[in-house]
Design a protein around this ligand. Structure first.
Ligand SMILES: *[C@@H]1O[C@H](CO)[C@@H](O)[C@H](O)[C@H]1NC(C)=O
Ligand SMILES: *[C@@H]1O[C@H](CO)[C@@H](O)[C@H](O)[C@H]1NC(C)=O
Ligand SMILES: *[C@@H]1O[C@H](CO)[C@@H](O)[C@H](O)[C@H]1NC(C)=O
Ligand SMILES: *[C@@H]1O[C@H](CO)[C@@H](O)[C@H](O)[C@H]1NC(C)=O
Length: 361
């Protein structure tokens, strides 16, 4: 009876979208639009270990191939989840992501093979030599690539190897192997792909490389190092694009940064886009700024032939990794509010894909 009354009230009211809001799968369709313009996809991260996959309203939107044509597992393919003990592999969670992607018409950017973080303690606390750590790294890379096979469109082979000043980030690999761990990881990855004749793209993925600066320069040099390394191959570079309403490069800056990589013959992709407001709820001004940042990033990719896909780092504020309590009040950086209605930025993304002016910026 209460529900009937609510439905009646909703139907009578001009804001009658309230009740269907949690399943807003109406046009515009970001993935359909991006594909129609020649991109591989508009996609989103997902985390099968999070409560989001038990939320059927979230899943109704996630599942819709018109909206999302690609996914990236937020955590489940990282080293601590896939090889918690040396030579003990646990691939089930990652498999779940691939099955979900296949059932809902999505490609998977597999993520990631070698990174400073989310490592099991046997890696971080092991007593290694160069040779023993290289062997462990090679085994990890080879087993993951071979296990998931062409369930992966691509792999982020190395993630975030550089500090913001362009130096190599301190980690166990740098300590024992030296800077060569990066091209060696790409060599092992390429060997694994070749050994089973797969077609899997190999990516370097990082943040603060999306605009000119020391880190961008170092990342361009790192791609060249990989390209010049005997037996290694790199196909693309992921621009994470974790920006905010208080900091983001312009469209022109992003396009120029993309051009520095595509000139080397590699693709680029937007891989982890989100734009939190500095405080929540976002003010009207902040929502317009947020829409502008989303617009600029997507427009830069649309203007770059070799920018092949765009991915947001999840789409629902409720499940975003940037929550106000942990990030100094920042939040609400995704395309959908917690109630799964859309931010103005959703419209801005569609307009950027279509090449029209931003009506909400
Ligand atoms: C959903 O949440 C946003 C942000 O809090 C709010 O502005 C909007 O009115 C809500 N929409 C509905 C239909 O509840
Ligand atoms: C989403 O798709 C998965 C895989 O087909 C399915 O198991 C699940 O029930 C779907 N959820 C919703 C809400 O559509
Ligand atoms: C770069 O930053 C890192 C981390 O803050 C620091 O350890 C390193 O010394 C810096 N390198 C240079 C060349 O300034
Ligand atoms: C570790 O071994 C690799 C492969 O032989 C080599 O390229 C690298 O320079 C070595 N690192 C150090 C610190 O000696």
């Amino acid at each position: 009876m209460a529900l009937a009354a609510l439905v009646a009230a909703a139907n009578a009211s001009p804001v009658s979208t309230t009740l269907k809001a949690r399943q807003d799968i109406s046009a515009p369709y970001l993935n359909s639009e991006a594909q129609a313009k020649g991109k591989l996809w508009f996609g989103t991260a997902v985390d099968t270990t999070s409560a989001e996959v038990d939320n059927s309203d979230y899943m109704t939107i996630f599942n819709d191939t018109n909206i999302f044509g690609q996914t990236t597992p937020g955590n489940t393919m990282k080293w601590m989840y896939t090889e918690p003990e040396q030579n003990v592999f646990t691939f089930a969670e990652g498999e779940e992501t691939i099955a979900l992607a296949e059932a809902t018409g999505k490609k998977v950017r597999c993520h990631n093979l070698v990174w400073s973080e989310e490592l099991p303690s046997w890696v971080t606390d092991g007593s290694w030599t160069n040779e023993t750590l290289l062997a462990a790294m090679k085994t990890h890379i080879t087993r993951e690539i071979e296990y998931y096979g062409e369930g992966c469109y691509s792999w982020d082979v190395v993630n975030e190897a550089l500090d913001s000043n362009g130096s190599f980030t301190e980690n166990v690999f740098l300590e024992h192997i030296g800077e060569a761990y990066v091209p060696l990881a790409f060599q092992y990855a390429y060997e694994a792909v070749e050994s089973f004749c797969g077609d899997i793209k190999l990516f370097y993925n990082d943040y603060s490389i999306e605009y000119a600066g020391d880190k961008h320069t170092a990342a361009v040099a790192l791609v060249q190092t990989i390209q010049n390394w005997d037996g290694a191959q790199i196909d693309g570079v992921g621009f994470e694009s974790h920006f905010s309403t208080s900091f983001a490069p312009t469209q022109a800056e992003i396009e120029a940064a993309m051009a520095d990589f595509t000139a080397l013959g590699v693709d680029v992709q937007i891989t982890e886009l989100d734009v939190p407001c500095t405080s929540v709820p976002c003010s009207a001004d902040a929502l317009a700024t947020q829409a502008q940042v989303y617009y600029d990033v997507v427009a830069a990719c649309m203007a770059t032939d070799d920018c092949t896909g765009m991915t947001v780092w999840d789409f629902d504020d409720e499940y975003s990794w940037i929550q106000p309590a942990e990030y100094d009040g920042e939040g609400d950086g995704d395309l959908f509010y917690s109630n799964l209605t859309r931010h103005p930025a959703y419209t801005a993304v569609s307009e950027a894909i279509e090449g029209s002016d931003c009506s909400v910026c």
